[in-house]
Design a protein around this ligand. Structure first.
Ligand code: SF4
Length: 714
């Protein structure tokens, strides 16, 4: 495959879906837009492999309902097609009118973790300069915010895994909490082969997932705690490590602050007490703590890793829970050592890059705070404006969505790369709030459930139709390349934002050339933690493996090689040390109780991605997973008179949902599981809780108390 080839040839790119960003070769017929053939390509993360979503990804390019012209809502509630001039004039005119009547913050922006780095950057710049609104946030708030907050406050930086994925292969032990990569990103599993051979894979999940089963047959241990008690597992493991003298005291002395307070905070979590809270036998907790400690380099092991996923992060105590995971990793001397570490397993395709370039309510490019005067001055200089023109911080996603259409709240919303009607918690309320707006503008490639509520739909290019960059779960910057032309009049968001900015009278420059936008973004990031200033398309196209930070080299020096393992010498904190944070377990906000007696946990299936807006349009994936379902233990089903294939009715304090029953003994008897890829009656997020973590504003998707009964039909 030739990087940068013209459409009509074999093009080296990456998958449109998850954060593993598996490498693909896209081959089209010269002179024809479709079909496009997809094959896996050798790359350090996927080693040639793709999952079923990746093989079939080209099907979305020819979705029968692909939006190819702008659409405007009609008086009878339908849509009519429009020219770009008409649609953009309408949007700009309505925005001007609403802001003149109700102020700049009457218009809000909601972005996505699937947007390229260039688009995420452009969206943040557009919100601040063209709309002059404080109110921008994005769906990554639902994805990585608690892990990011915990990493930033303990390690000084949130760089995802902070090591190349291939490092995992040499470890003696890996503790995985709340991630089912065996289903969500199957090629990842190749990197677990070594630890499985050595019997060191430890998986914490209330279900015996595909990933948990990788620990069977001597490959490791599966712990299935009571939903919401994962943090107690971590606190107890640290208690045991400290009580049994297994901590790496030399490392702690030199590299870490805060041990004494943490020692006091875990004193109450002796193994037997933790057993009562989690259901995990005390001796199993001791076995796991010793296994991890034995793998630590300080005790002669090859190394150990602790990885967290959404199962422990999407909690109202998410930041505390991830902090507990990092405290444990620090106590064992794992972080900042080659061959060991901590990392969150990012989910969305550009979940990492999406949070670095300014589409988060409190941040500017370079992963820096919008309130920092030096950051404001630097970014304003790159943008060619006075720093005073950049508004202050806005509010996080749940708060933003809850305020839409309320008195004094935003009257208009622009949505890019997100299907919040399906993917946000308490989804029924989100839909109500969107319907209360005076103007909803959705940029999308298909009529997603959110787009169908819009006043104006602007058709955008996707993945194989555009150039750009993504940043994967390792912090590796990769090139996405156009393989085919866009259909009809679909255009890149870069062009759309520039056209709207011009109509809104904004004098800042918005290029529709991805490389030009990337170079500007790189300059804006200079000096920040996520420093891309030494990255160019030319370096990426030459095949360089670049992990940020990659600062620009002084004139005459060799280019900076990037930073695959950023914590080896010091942590990026004022004193160069990590800081443990003592945390207390309070459990989920929505705990089971009389009338709501069962835990609901949610997650993904192999065939579908996020809200399913793309994958529900791929025939092969729909045939394999056609409808929502609720997974439950036969003993629980019997209690409600339910059998395989029967319809279960679920109710939480937020809403109701119905789905067919799938019986399995791979789940706790007190817990049911629903995937969240569907809308309507089978929408799991009609049930989930939008209470948020006080530190990161992450909503509590992962534990919901529900009541169940049999229903007669779907
Ligand atoms: Fe790879 Fe994820 Fe795409 Fe599957 S969905 S092919 S795991 S990037």
């Amino acid at each position: 495959a030739a990087p940068g080839s013209a459409p009509g040839a074999a093009v080296a790119s990456h998958c449109p879906y998850c954060a593993l960003q598996c490498a693909q070769t896209l081959t089209s017929t010269p002179g024809e837009r479709l079909p496009v053939a997809v094959s896996g390509r050798q790359f350090p993360t996927n080693r040639g492999g793709l999952c079923q979503k990746g093989w079939t990804s080209a099907e979305v390019l020819r979705a029968s309902d692909r939006i190819t012209t702008p659409r405007i809502r009609t008086a009878d509630g339908g849509f009519r097609t429009a020219t770009w001039v008409e649609a953009l004039d309408l949007v700009a005119g309505r925005i001007r009118q609403i802001q003149a009547e109700s102020g700049d913050d009457a218009v809000a922006v909601f972005g996505g973790g699937g947007l390229t780095n260039e688009k995420a950057y452009a969206l943040g710049k557009f919100a601040r300069l063209a709309l002059h609104t404080r109110l921008i946030d994005y769906n990554g708030r639902f994805c990585m915010s608690s892990a990011a907050a915990a990493s930033n406050r303990t390690l000084g930086m949130d760089r995802g895994l902070a090591f190349p994925l291939s490092d995992l292969g040499g470890a003696d032990a890996i503790l995985i909490l709340g991630s089912n990569m065996g289903v969500t990103m199957p090629p990842f599993v190749q990197h677990l082969a070594g630890v499985r051979e050595r019997g060191g894979l430890i998986v914490v999940d209330p279900r015996a997932t595909v990933t948990a089963k990788l620990a069977a047959n001597g490959a490791g241990v599966h712990l299935a705690p009571v939903p919401g008690s994962d943090m107690v597992v971590l606190l107890a493991l640290l208690h045991i490590v400290l009580a049994e003298g297994l901590a790496d005291l030399d490392y702690l002395e030199v590299r870490v602050n805060g041990l004494d307070a943490v020692r006091r905070s875990v004193a109450q979590w002796w193994p037997e007490r933790a057993e009562a809270e989690t259901g995990i036998p005390a001796d199993t907790l001791r076995e796991v703590a010793r296994l991890l400690a034995a793998a630590s380099p300080s005790r002669g092991g090859r190394g150990a890793y602790i990885l967290t996923g959404r199962g422990v992060e999407q909690m109202s105590q998410g930041t505390a829970c991830v902090s507990a995971a990092i405290n444990l990793a620090l106590a064992l001397g794992l972080v900042g050592r080659e061959g060991s570490g901590y990392g969150p397993v990012t989910g969305q395709g550009n979940g990492q890059g999406g949070r670095e370039h300014g589409q988060k309510s409190d941040q500017l490019p370079g992963y820096r705070m919008i309130t920092d005067p030096a950051t404001r001055a630097h970014v304003a200089a790159v943008w060619g404006v006075d720093p005073a023109r950049i508004p202050g911080p806005g509010v996080p996603a749940v708060q933003l969505l809850s305020s839409l259409g309320t008195p004094g709240g935003p009257r208009a919303l622009m949505v890019h790369g997100s299907n919040v009607v399906v993917s946000a918690p308490n989804a029924t309320r989100v839909e109500e709030r969107l319907k209360a707006l005076d103007l909803l503008v959705v940029c999308d490639l298909v009529p997603s459930e959110t787009a169908l509520l819009a006043d104006v739909i602007l058709p955008v290019t996707q993945w194989a139709e555009e150039d750009g960059t993504m940043t994967n779960l390792e912090g590796r910057i990769i090139r996405r390349r156009a393989a085919v032309d866009a259909p009809g009049e679909a255009r890149s968001e870069l062009w759309i934002l520039g056209e709207l900015a011009r109509r809104l009278g904004c004098d800042a420059v918005f290029s529709d050339e991805p490389e030009v936008m990337f170079d500007e973004m790189a300059r804006a990031s200079a000096g920040g933690k996520a420093d891309y200033s030494g990255v160019t398309y030319a370096r990426l196209d030459a095949g360089e493996e670049l992990f940020w930070p990659v600062p620009a080299a002084p004139a005459g020096d060799a280019p900076h090689p990037g930073t695959p393992r950023p914590f080896l010498d010091r942590f990026p904190t004022p004193d160069g040390r990590a800081t443990m944070h003592a945390v207390a377990h309070h459990g989920p906000a929505d705990d089971v109780r009389p009338g709501m007696t069962t835990y609901l946990v949610t997650g993904r299936v192999l065939q579908h991605y996020q809200s399913g807006a793309q994958t529900r349009r791929v025939k092969e994936l729909v045939q394999a997973q056609p409808e929502p379902f609720v997974e439950m233990h036969p003993l629980l089903a019997e209690r409600y008179g339910l059998s395989e294939g029967a319809v279960a009715f679920l109710a939480s304090e937020r809403g109701e949902a119905m789905a067919r029953v799938r019986l399995t003994t791979d789940i706790r008897v007190d817990t049911v599981f629903m995937p969240f890829h569907w809308a309507g009656a089978g929408s799991a997020n009609r049930l989930t809780n939008d209470v948020t973590d006080p530190t990161s504003a992450m909503p509590e998707f992962k534990v919901t108390a529900v009541e169940i009964r049999a229903a007669h039909q779907l």
